[in-house]
Design a protein around this ligand. Structure first.
Ligand code: NAD
Length: 608
């Protein structure tokens, strides 16, 4: 029977329905399925051995030793489907078709760019030079890594004023936000890496199994090679964090991780923040080892030229549309990707809380982070119909306390990055079904690219503002009959980068953590999970893949190499041909049995 795309779709839908029902999340379900797999291996041992003999003429001994733990015969339950070889071919065909379509999208965009000073040839030359440095081994040493991380610390300490000025020129970013969310954050990131690097680089000893006794094993973190970091405009130096304790990211934070892991790196900053892009190019050239770390400035054409090259990992921060282009380009070289994307990050607000504190924390996460132009800024609020008026009043009051009466002109708010994004945001506000829903703000200044903090109440869910990531100073509030409905509302959309809940109720917190899937969750605050370096930062589903920050950055740009050490002592002849029934019995006991089955096997006694 031919397994076509319709079958594939039906299968995926069936599996998703099972996933959405929540059954796969329970401990009991997982254990029962794992036990079933064990049963398959135990009860169908002979069928497995026969199938392997039929496909490969595999000796029973090898089938048992190498394959027994993986059931190979097709099985079908509600949530586990294993299809035959020809079926997987069909799926691979669909994957390759869609990736080539994406690839041609990138090529189309490239064609549209007229001038192309940094072309594929130039990109190839840069990669070649950097690879030569990598092959020389210089980036592997602890000393080189630390010297480069110290270079970044020096750069931000000495050029603080220039950084603040560039951020003001690109985004009108208030100095305090630049100092706190970009400069000090980046500093912290480098210092943590310098402090922990020896520990991170040390091979990790792991247990071995009785099957390989006597032996020792360890995991060695090795650099991947050449890393491409493509960054976005909103936090050109570092990620934002609305708290003094924050931790860094964007342009330079992945670079910190790539250097700490011993790689060579090309950074492609965003053309939408031109002052910071050229400052980054100048400063990295001055302070870093340019034989290993480069900045390539430019827009789509330059990024496309870079994407044509073979990299060992690409870290992209930006929107999902370009994320798909990046992933399709990476697929041509089987290059892994770290995609830091966005999404609609919800805030659920329950009654019976300290409303003033909640509102202050929502405001600082929304408007205090680049005026809402931040990936984990609250995108919309969900609350109950009864509580909404109280919430709106409190938000208005705190906004006035923070930004005064004329919020459009507040010096403590960034402007919109460019006319394109200004037009996009005003279009969201101007939609007929939305314009009448403004309960606060709504003022705009096209000349200076400013939009005042704006709150909208009860916007329809099929409005434009609810169908795309807002990434700006507009905050819609949706209302539900009861708090629990908000979880279904969130789960009916794509998985966001962050989700926030304000409540005092233990049950609601538990329900939130257990049922809402997002890159990160915070209870009773917003955005501060980035301030915890021991937590990974990254998206899930549409909000991205892979994670970084702190040790996770080191791991993101390292390969975890499995290494086993043996001596020449204890060379057991049972693993070598000719395979005999006696050897098979002992091996079975060694691999799956406890000590008693090993003794039984050695003495040739039957199974207990
Ligand atoms: P952007 O326009 O600066 O683009 C990002 C990068 O992609 C730039 O370097 C740009 O040159 C490159 N690029 C743009 N078009 C391209 C194309 N056709 N081909 C190849 N490269 C191309 O940034 P943006 O996308 O507007 O950034 C905003 C988005 O990024 C939002 O969705 C936000 O949520 C997300 N974001 C995510 C994070 C995170 O850490 N997860 C951080 C910041 C922003």
């Amino acid at each position: 029977m031919y397994f076509d795309s319709k079958d594939a779709l039906a299968m995926v839908e069936e599996l998703r329905a099972s996933y959405n029902s929540g059954k796969t999340r329970s401990y009991e379900w997982r254990v029962s399925q794992l036990k079933n797999l064990v049963k398959v291996a135990e009860h169908h041992e002979q069928e497995i051995v026969d199938a392997l003999r039929s496909d490969l003429n595999k000796p029973e001994f090898e089938a048992y030793v190498h394959e027994r733990d993986l059931p190979t015969s097709p099985s079908r339950t509600h949530s586990i489907h294993i299809y035959s070889h020809s079926h997987t071919h069909t799926l691979f065909f669909y994957l390759s078709v869609s990736s080539s379509t994406m690839g041609s999208m990138a090529i189309e965009e490239e064609k549209q760019t007229a001038a192309n000073p940094f072309d594929e040839e130039a990109a190839s030359a840069v990669v070649k030079e950097l690879r030569a440095s990598f092959v020389s081994g210089k980036t592997r040493s602890y000393q080189w890594r630390v010297s480069q991380l110290k270079g970044i610390v020096k750069l931000i300490t000495k050029k603080e004023r220039e950084i603040v000025d560039a951020l003001r020129s690109d985004l009108s970013k208030p100095e305090l936000e630049s100092q706190v969310y970009e400069i000090s954050m980046l500093n912290n990131s480098c210092k943590l890496a310098i402090k922990e690097l020896k520990k991170w680089m040390k091979p990790e000893k792991v247990k071995t199994s009785i099957a390989v006794f006597p032996a020792s094993a360890e995991i060695v973190s090795e650099p991947l090679g050449a890393i491409l970091v493509i960054s976005a405009w909103n936090y050109p130096f570092c990620t934002f964090i609305p708290d003094i304790l924050c931790f860094p990211v964007l342009s330079l934070d992945p670079v910190v991780g790539a250097i700490a892991s011993g790689n060579v790196v090309v950074l492609k900053p965003s053309e939408l923040a031109p002052a910071t892009s050229s400052l980054l190019a100048k400063l990295l050239d001055e302070y870093m080892d340019s034989s290993c770390i480069r900045v390539v400035e430019g827009a789509v054409a330059e990024t496309s030229a870079l994407l044509e090259q073979k990299w060992d990992k690409i870290c992209y921060t930006g929107n999902g549309r370009v994320g798909r282009i990046v992933m399709a380009s990476a697929a041509k070289h089987l290059t892994p990707v770290l995609l830091e994307l966005g999404g609609k990050s919800p805030v659920i607000v329950d009654s019976g809380i300290n409303l003033q504190v909640a509102c202050r924390r929502i405001i600082v996460g929304k408007w205090g982070c680049n005026n809402g132009q931040a990936c984990i800024s609250p995108d919309y609020i969900i609350t109950t119909k009864d509580f909404a008026p109280k919430l709106v009043d409190s938000l208005k009051q705190e906004l006035e306390n923070f930004y005064g009466k004329n919020q459009l002109e507040s010096k403590d708010l960034s402007r919109i990055v460019n006319p394109h994004h200004f037009a996009r945001l005003t279009k969201l506000l101007d939609e007929d079904k939305v314009s009448g829903k403004i309960v606060h703000g709504g003022e705009t200044d096209k000349t200076n690219l400013r939009i005042a903090p704006t709150i909208l109440l009860d916007v329809p869910q099929d409005s434009l503002i609810m169908s795309e990531e807002i990434f700006g100073p507009l905050l819609p509030i949706l209302t539900v009959e009861k708090m629990e409905d908000s979880f279904d509302l969130i789960n009916s959309g794509t998985k966001p980068l962050a989700a926030y809940l304000f409540t005092n109720k233990k049950k609601l917190k538990e329900h939130f953590v257990n049922t809402v899937s997002a890159g990160g969750l915070v209870v009773n605050d917003t955005t501060i999970h980035l301030a915890v370096p021991s937590l990974p930062f990254g998206g899930v589903g549409e909000s991205g893949m892979g994670a970084y920050h702190g040790k996770f950055s080191f791991d993101a740009f390292s390969h975890k190499k499995a290494v086993v050490y043996r001596g020449f002592f204890g060379d057991a002849s049972i693993r070598y041909p000719p395979y005999t029934k006696g050897k098979l019995r002992i091996l079975k006991a060694l691999i799956s049995g406890g000590i008693s089955s090993i003794i039984r096997a050695l003495f040739g006694w039957p199974k207990a």
